[in-house]
Design a protein around this ligand. Structure first.
Ligand code: SAM
Length: 266
């Protein structure tokens, strides 16, 4: 795993990451799901950390609702996009943006003052040592503080079917790798560790209880299969409804393109 390569990869796409690459209509659907859970979890005027904020879409939205957000990302170019967005929206008082990797949260010296942290769409799949994140979140959050994370999962039925049909066996197996795997984006490499919900929770369990977890894009296809939504919008809507209804059920919730996990600090 090489943090520098991951940083370069995300820097290289920051300028147009709000477009089809980073925020297509299906990603926006997933983002709406995340917003639902963020709103259900955090009390008004919470003090929050966004881990891997990207271009700041979530951080700005949370600030518009009255929360104060420390928006962090390992990519300086992404952080610049967040700062620009905050300035455009006149939210610089409530969004503080910082180039800071999830692996260096110890640089935030504000012990116990946060009501929560969230991370959307996989930044935590790029962290070298997850237990460092767990330890630092426990330090930064007050007792009762919450974590809301969406993480790229291991068992994505759509992806398995998609690559099996094409006989791309290496691609079928990629999410089952033990450690980090190189994933290419824009001719660069993102070093990615896929997780099942159980293995992801393990380093957090001492300090955090598991409040909720569910699959995301379990019945609905993952966001890179855009043609399915384009050609079959009614079927896609139906699968999305099924996701909202059943992707939190035991057994089913272990699968999905991503999973969403909510934890509470003891
Ligand atoms: C798929 S994007 C998601 C961005 C944003 N959360 C969103 O919802 O649009 C992943 C983000 O994780 C960031 N990232 C990658 N490795 C990271 C790390 N070690 N620490 C913090 N952020 C990281 C990338 O720079 C990128 O902005």
């Amino acid at each position: 795993m090489n943090l520098q390569e991951t940083q370069t990869a995300f820097d290289s796409v920051a300028a147009d990451y709000d477009g089809p690459r980073g925020n297509n209509a299906m990603i926006q659907d997933m983002r709406r799901d995340m917003w639902h859970w963020l709103d259900a979890t955090f009390a008004p005027r919470s003090r929050l950390i966004d881990i891997g904020c990207g271009t700041g879409l979530d951080a700005i939205r949370m600030a518009q609702l009255g929360h104060r957000v420390t928006a962090t990302d390992w990519s300086p170019q992404m952080v610049m996009r967040t700062s620009e967005r905050a300035a455009r929206e006149r939210l610089t008082d409530s969004v503080r943006s910082m180039t800071l990797g999830a692996h260096e949260l110890d640089r935030l010296g504000e012990t116990g003052i946060y009501d929560g942290a969230y991370s959307n769409l996989g930044p935590l799949n790029c962290v070298p040592v997850l237990s460092d994140v767990a330890r630092e979140c426990a330090r930064l959050l007050r007792p009762g503080g919450k974590l809301v994370f969406t993480v790229i999962g291991r068992i994505c039925p759509w992806e398995i079917a998609h690559y099996m049909r094409r006989r791309q066996w290496a691609r079928v197996k990629v999410r089952f790798a033990r450690g980090f795997v190189p994933v290419s984006m824009n001719k660069h490499t993102i070093w990615t560790h896929y997780y099942g919900p159980r293995e992801f929770y393990r380093p957090f369990r001492q300090e955090f209880s598991l409040t909720h977890h569910r699959g995301l894009c379990l019945f609905a296809p993952p966001p890179y299969l855009t043609w399915i939504r384009d050609r079959h919008p009614a079927a896609y809507d139906c699968l999305r409804r099924l996701d909202r209804r059943a992707a939190g059920w035991p057994l089913l919730r272990a699968a999905g393109d991503h999973f969403l996990m909510i934890m509470t600090k003891r």
